[in-house]
Each structure stands twice: as structure tokens, then as C-alpha cells.
Design a protein around this ligand. Structure first.
Ligand SMILES: CSC[C@H]1O[C@@H](n2cnc3c(O)ncnc32)[C@H](O)[C@@H]1O
Ligand SMILES: [Zn+2]
Length: 451
């Protein structure tokens, strides 16, 4: 038909899972992209009549389209430490392995290469927006922006000196500078990242609360990760970590509480009333034997629960599809109820709830006209996931990351039929191998000195 509207991209798909409206699946629909945004979602027949596109993707036999996944907690550059120290509890892992390794290796180059390695893995497994908390956040922000990857960069605040900053004043000062630098960025949102209640003392925590409020910035913190953390806080401060944060003025809808195992009913009420968000990282919690977040209770209390992988050194991958399945399965086991944490709830945790936790729900987290075109396609045509009665259930329970075929961020294609468009993976792989060799050689030298 003549006079139809010209747009940039049309994706025809067998199924479209928009996440909002809840529990909805459209069959044989098309998503229309104009500029950076979704212009329309409509039946394929109508799309063919109404629009002409510069580029058309025909995924209408056996692909599902859904909003790009949002990884609400991680430490990207730690991908270079994947598998360095496994099968240990949190404090032994941190004190005896990870913090010494970070003191030795973490510099600008390490963060640049590790961050790109993480971004590569995330794109290949369907993530289009991720949260990062690490040293040299100026470098991780730059790498993400250069590769047009959407990110929340939580700049670190911690009481001990590192190669990035000497003391909490310097961590905060450098972080606020970064916040200013990316104030108008399309891709990078800068947030405060006080590490944990056991590594940040009261004064810097109060400063974080005041400044984040003034700047209208988000705050992310590891919280109630283990029983040991809660016990130590009661001994030292007379209250649980979450109550201490409440007393210091941090508990608000801007707070993202990562982990949240060991919660009493009082703690849950406190979180729900404050509007703070919980970032659930089930695989890291399982691997470090940290404990179980009561996800079903939190959701029933009205708390927004998003999903994160944590770093690749404690997971050991950044695969949010797998994390959804783990969250759904463990959520049922913890609640003792097979209906707890349904497939659709897990999908919401990995999409719209992640967007809400970052204050980005007007922009991303669902496929809706007017939102940014952050979209992924998953191939459900393979024999090992037949038959398909409910594609949402399949995506959570019966797919793996290799079935993610396409990815768009702000309308730009990042992965086309599993080919990465923005990243030179051959060059990256060579850099990663060099890091691994250096780290391994230093480890074996150390071992021979100790022997
Ligand atoms: C201040 S930068 C981030 C800091 O956090 C460390 N880290 C990684 N995973 C965890 C975790 O599960 N709990 C607490 N701290 C963690 C990381 O190694 C960096 O030092
Ligand atoms: Zn973490």
C-alpha cells in the first residue's frame, strides 16, 4: 500500500512477550522501531500494511521477542577472576583470595578488559542493561558507553584504600565527579555503591545518604548477605544491618539492597514500608552458602525484587536466563510452595523489576510503545524445547543462553544471529588469555616460594 509510514526496523516474531501487560503473550506480532524507541506493536498483517522499514527481521516461525534482560547486580571486571577461588564461604573467599588478588591486579587495563569480557557474555545471554559495582568506575563507564551498552555504574565507597582511592572522602569525591560527567548520558547511569555495612562506617554512610538525596541518585549496597554479617552487626551496633541503615537515613525508594538473606518478618515490613528494592542473587548465595532470600514473602509484602548474577568469580557466569530458573526453583523450595515465584514472576524480576530498582521503569523493562527498543530474540524452534505450549514458561524453565539469537539496545543491533556487532571478540579473547597467563604464572611462583 502507498503512503505507509517509513520506519527504521520491523521485527516479525512468532511470539512477543511484552512483560507488561502482565502474563501476556502476543502471537504472530511485529515490533516496530523508529530511532531509539519502540513505535508500535501490532499483528504482523497490520504491520505489513501500515509500515515500510529500512531493515526487516523475519523471526516469525519460532522466535520469541522479549525485553532485554536487566542484570541488577554484578562486578563486571571480576570476570577475569572467574574460577580463581571456588567452593569457599564469603568471608574466606574475600579476605584470603579475592581482596589480595584485587590488590595485586586491579588497574585501569584490568577493568577495561574485564568489563568488556562481561559485556560480551551478557549480550550473548540476553542482557541489555546491567548494574556494576567496581573499582575504576570511570573505566567501566567508558567501556560501556563506547560499546553502547546500557549500565548502572555504582561507584565504590569502602573504608580501605585501593588503587582507585585512598579513603572514603576520595571514593565519594571521585564518584560524584563521575555522576556529573554522565548526567546526560543515553547509556550510563551513575549510582552510589557503598560496599557493605561491615566495610563502610557510619560517617561515610550518612554522607552517601545526604548526597544521593541531593543528586536524586540511586544507592546499591550488599546487605544481609550472611548470618555472620547480621550477628556481627547486632554485636557491634545493637541492631540488624537493615535497621542500622534505616537509622542512618539510607532506607528509601532509592536504595537497592543486594542479597537480603536472613530476614525477620520485621525486616521485611521495614523494607516494604520504605519502598527500598531487593536484588536477589540466588546462584551466588548458593555457591558461597550465604543463605536464602525469602523471595515469596518479599513479593507478597509488595517489595520490588529484581535479579542479579553477582560477579563471575562467585557465580560463575553472567547468564540471567539461568538465574531466572534458579530463582524460580529455589523460590518454591524456600516457600515450600510450588506456586511460589512463577515463571512470569521470574521474568518480571529479570526485566521490569530490574528497571524499577534503577528508577528506569519509564524507559526500559518491557516492550511498550514509547519505551527504548532494548529487545532480545530467543529461538524456541530447537527439538530439545518442543513442544511449546507456553513460551514464557519455556524461556524460564527450558531454554539456555545459546538460544538467544538477536539483541538490540536503543534500536541498535548488538547481536545478529549470534554474531556480535559491536565487539571484536578475537582481540578480546587474546587479551583475556594474556591476563589468565599472568595471573596463573604469579600464582605458581607464589606457590613455589611458599613451598
Ligand atoms: C567496592 S567494589 C566491589 C567489591 O565487592 C566485592 N564483592 C564481590 N562479590 C561480593 C559479594 O558477594 N559480597 C561482598 N563483596 C563482594 C568485590 O570483590 C569488590 O572488592
Ligand atoms: Zn556483589
Amino acid at each position: 500500500m502507498l503512503n505507509n509510514q517509513s520506519v527504521d526496523t520491523i521485527i516479525h516474531a512468532r511470539w512477543v512477550i511484552p512483560v507488561i501487560p502482565h502474563n501476556t503473550v502476543y502471537e504472530n506480532h511485529s515490533v516496530v522501531i523508529s530511532g531509539h524507541k519502540i513505535l508500535d506493536i501490532l499483528p504482523k498483517d497490520a504491520a505489513l500494511v501500515k509500515y515500510t522499514a529500512k531493515e526487516i527481521f523475519s523471526l516469525d516461525e519460532h522466535h520469541a521477542l522479549l525485553p532485554g534482560l536487566i542484570n541488577a547486580h554484578g562486578h563486571s571486571a571480576m570476570s577475569l577472576f572467574r574460577g580463581l577461588a571456588d567452593d569457599l564461604p564469603l568471608m574466606e573467599w574475600l579476605n584470603n583470595h579475592i581482596w589480595p588478588a584485587e590488590a595485586k591486579w586491579v588497574d585501569e587495563d584490568f577493568v577495561a578488559d574485564g568489563t568488556l569480557l562481561a559485556i560480551t557474555e551478557m549480550i550473548r545471554s540476553g542482557t541489555t542493561c546491567y548494574s556494576d559495582m567496581y573499582f575504576f568506575p570511570n573505566i567501566s563507564a567508558k567501556v560501556a558507553a563506547e560499546h553502547k551498552m546500557r549500565t548502572q555504574i555504582c561507584f565504590p565507597v569502602i573504608d580501605f584504600p585501593t588503587a582507585w582511592a585512598q579513603n572514603s572522602d576520595e571514593y565519594i569525591h571521585k564518584g560524584v565527579e563521575l555522576f556529573d560527567q554522565y548526567r546526560n548520558s543515553d547509556y550510563v547511569n551513575v549510582a552510589f555503591g557503598p560496599h557493605a555495612p561491615y566495610t563502610v562506617s557510619n560517617d561515610p554512610l550518612k554522607q552517601v545518604a545526604t548526597l544521593a538525596d541531593q543528586l536524586n541518585a540511586q544507592i546499591q549496597i550488599h546487605l544481609h548477605e550472611t548470618a555472620f554479617e547480621v550477628k556481627e552487626s547486632i554485636e557491634q551496633y545493637g541492631v540488624t544491618p537493615i535497621k542500622r541503615l534505616a537509622e542512618l537515613g539510607l532506607l528509601s525508594p532509592s536504595l537497592q539492597c543486594v542479597h537480603m538473606t536472613q530476614l525477620s518478618d520485621d525486616d521485611i515490613t521495614l523494607i516494604a514500608e520504605s519502598g527500598a528494592h531487593v536484588i536477589h542473587c540466588p546462584e551466588s548465595n548458593l555457591k558461597l552458602a550465604s543463605g536464602f532470600a525469602p523471595v515469596d514473602k518479599l513479593l507478597n509484602a509488595g517489595v520490588n525484587v529484581a535479579l542479579g548474577t553477582d560477579g563471575a568469580a562467585s557465580n560463575n557466569d553472567l547468564d540471567l536466563l539461568g538465574e531466572m530458573k534458579t530463582a524460580a526453583l529455589i523460590g518454591k523450595a524456600v516457600a515450600g510452595d510450588a506456586s511460589a515465584v512463577s515463571a512470569h514472576q521470574a521474568l518480571e524480576m529479570a526485566t521490569i523489576n530490574g528497571a524499577k530498582s534503577m528508577g528506569l521503569e519509564e524507559k526500559i523493562g518491557s516492550l511498550e510503545s514509547g519505551k527504548l527498543a532494548d529487545i532480545i530474540a530467543i529461538d524456541l524452534g530447537q527439538i530439545d524445547c518442543q513442544p511449546v505450549y507456553d513460551p514464557a514458561s519455556h524461556i524460564v524453565y527450558a531454554t539456555n543462553s545459546h538460544q538467544v539469537t538477536h539483541s538490540w539496545i536503543g534500536g541498535d543491533i548488538h547481536m545478529n544471529n549470534r554474531q556480535l556487532v559491536m565487539i571484536d571478540t578475537l582481540h578480546l579473547n587474546a587479551r583475556v588469555k594474556q591476563w589468565a597467563q599472568k595471573i596463573k604464572d604469579a600464582d605458581s611462583q607464589q606457590a613455589s616460594v611458599t613451598a
